[in-house]
Design a protein around this ligand. Structure first.
Ligand SMILES: *Cc1c(COP(=O)(O)O)cnc(C)c1O
Length: 398
C-alpha cells in the first residue's frame, strides 16, 4: 500500500495561511506533541518526581526512540541512541573512528560540509596533536581525494546549502578499499531521503532530530555505530551513562555494552518525549514513498521556478540520485528575496552568501503549496518587491 500523505498532513499543526518550506531547518509541530509533553510534565514529573526514571521509563528513552529512528535511516535495530546535540555526536563518532585507525592522521571532508562538523574536526585534531589534520576538498572532488593517508572520511550526505547528495555506498566502499572509516552526517537526509546506513556500510552515522524528524527546537541528536564496531569503539566522551554500570558508581570507566556506550549524561526527557510523539507521524510512512514524493515535489518546484524566474540560478543538482529533499537557488539579493517571501507567508531560509533554500517534506507539503510558493516568488521577482530597506537588515538567525 502506498503512503497517504494527505493523512500525514492532517497530523501537523501548521499556522493558518503559511506555506512552510523550512522543515529542513526546523520541523513543524505535530498535533499530538503538546499533549504528550504536558502529560509527561504533570502526570510523570509532577506526580512521580524522581521515581519517573524507573516508573515512566525515562532512562530507556534514548535507546527506545533511537530504535524508531533506526527504521527511518535503514539501520539495524539496537544500534542507534539519542542524546546531546549533533555537534557533540559528530565529535564522538569522529574521535572513536580516528582511534580505530591508529596509524593514520587525516580526516577528509568537503567544503560543502556544515561548519560545525568542520569546527569539531578541527578542535579534535588540535586536541590530538599537531600531526592530525582536517583536509577539505570540493564536494565533487571527494572521491578522487580518498587515498591511503585518510583515516576517516567525514561527510554530510546532503549538502545543507545546495541540497547536493553524496553517493554514500560508493564513497564508503572507496574509503574502505583505501583502509579508511566513514562517518556520515544525516542531518539533511534522515526523514528526507531513502538513506540506508546498513546497506551503505557506514561505520558511524549521526544526525539531528529537529529538522525532518520534527522534535522541536533543541531536540536531541542520534548516533549510529555499525554492529561490527560497536563493542570496540571507545567513547571519547566517557560520561557516566555510557558506563557499563552507571549506578555502581565505580571510580573507573568501563564502556557499556553496545550502543549504550555512546550515551554521555542525563537524557533530555521532555525533548525525547516530544520526539517520540513526533515519530508517531511516521508509523504509516514507507520511506520509498517518501523519496518518490519528495522527488516529484522538488522536480515540480525546479521546473516552475526556472520557467517563471529567469534571474534565479539553480544551485541544486537536477539528477535525482544527486539530490536530497531541498531546492536552492542563487541570487545576489537572496537575503532580501527570502525576507520578501517570508512577509508573504512563504517560509524558506537564506544561507550566506547568496542561497535561498526551500525544504520539501512530503509529510506536510503538497503540490498545491509548491504552486502557490512559485506564484508568490514569481510576483516578488517580477515586481522587485524585495528591493526595500526593511528586507535588507539581517536578523541574528537567518
Ligand atoms: C543542522 C546541522 C548541525 C547542527 O548541529 P547542532 O549541534 O545540533 O546545533 C550540524 N551539522 C549539520 C550537517 C547540520 O545540518
Amino acid at each position: 500500500m502506498t503512503t497517504d500523505f494527505t493523512k500525514t498532513r492532517a497530523l501537523f499543526d501548521l499556522p493558518e495561511g503559511m506555506i512552510y518550506l523550512d522543515g529542513n531547518s526546523l520541523g513543524p509541530l505535530p498535533r499530538n506533541v503538546a499533549d504528550r509533553v504536558a502529560q509527561t510534565i504533570t502526570g510523570e514529573w509532577g506526580q512521580m518526581v524522581i521515581t519517573g526514571w524507573n516508573r515512566a521509563g525515562w532512562m530507556d528513552l534514548p535507546a527506545r526512540v533511537g530504535d524508531r529512528i533506526a527504521r527511518l535511516i535503514g539501520a539495524e535495530a539496537g544500534h542507534v541512541v539519542m542524546g546531546d546535540t549533533l555537534s557533540i555526536k559528530v565529535y564522538q563518532a569522529l574521535a572513536s573512528a580516528l582511534e580505530m585507525n591508529p596509524d593514520r592522521r587525516v580526516i577528509l571532508s568537503d567544503t560543502g560540509n556544515f561548519p560545525s562538523d568542520l569546527y569539531m574536526a578541527e578542535g579534535l585534531c588540535k586536541t590530538l596533536g599537531p600531526e592530525y589534520r582536517l583536509v577539505t576538498v570540493a564536494p565533487q572532488e571527494v572521491e578522487a581525494a580518498i587515498d591511503d593517508s585518510v583515516a576517516v572520511l567525514m561527510l554530510t550526505e546532503v549538502d545543507y546549502r545546495t541540497g547536493r547528495r553524496h553517493d554514500m555506498p560508493a564513497l564508503t566502499a572507496k574509503a574502505h578499499a583505501m583502509g579508511a572509516l566513514a562517518v556520515w552526517d544525516l542531518a539533511h537526509s534522515a526523514g528526507a531521503t531513502d538513506v540506508k546506513v546498513a546497506e551503505g556500510r557506514a561505520d558511524f552515522a549521526v544526525g539531528c532530530s529537529y529538522k525532518y524528524l520534527n522534535s522541536g527546537p533543541g531536540g536531541p541528536a542520534f548516533i549510529y555505530v555499525a554492529p561490527r564496531h560497536v563493542d570496540v569503539a571507545r567513547p571519547a566522551l566517557s560520561g557516566w551513562l555510557g558506563h557499563e554500570a552507571p549506578f555502581a558508581f565505580d571510580l573507573d570507566y568501563r564502556p557499556g555494552r553496545g550502543i549504550d556506550r555512546m550515551r554521555v549524561g542525563t537524557p533530555p526527557v521532555l525533548q525525547l518525549v516530544a520526539l517520540d510523539a513526533a515519530l508517531d507521524v511516521w508509523d504509516g510512512v514507507r520511506i520509498a514513498d517518501l523519496r518518490a514524493r519528495s522527488l516529484e515535489l522538488t522536480d515540480a518546484f525546479i521546473k516552475s521556478v526556472e520557467a517563471a524566474c529567469p534571474d534565479l540560478t539553480l544551485a541544486t543538482p537536477r539528477e535525482h540520485a544527486m539530490r536530497g529533499s531541498q531546492v536552492s537557488f542563487r541570487h545576489p539579493e537572496g537575503y532580501a528575496i527570502m525576507q520578501a517571501l517570508i512577509a508573504r507567508g512563504v517560509i524558506g531560509d537564506f544561507r550566506a552568501p547568496d542561497i535561498i533554500r526551500f525544504g520539501f517534506t512530503p509529510l506536510f507539503v503538497g503540490m498545491d503549496e509548491v504552486e502557490q510558493a512559485v506564484t508568490i516568488l514569481a510576483e516578488i521577482m517580477e515586481t522587485r518587491a524585495w528591493d526595500r530597506p526593511e528586507f535588507k537588515t539581517r536578523a541574528k538567525v537567518t
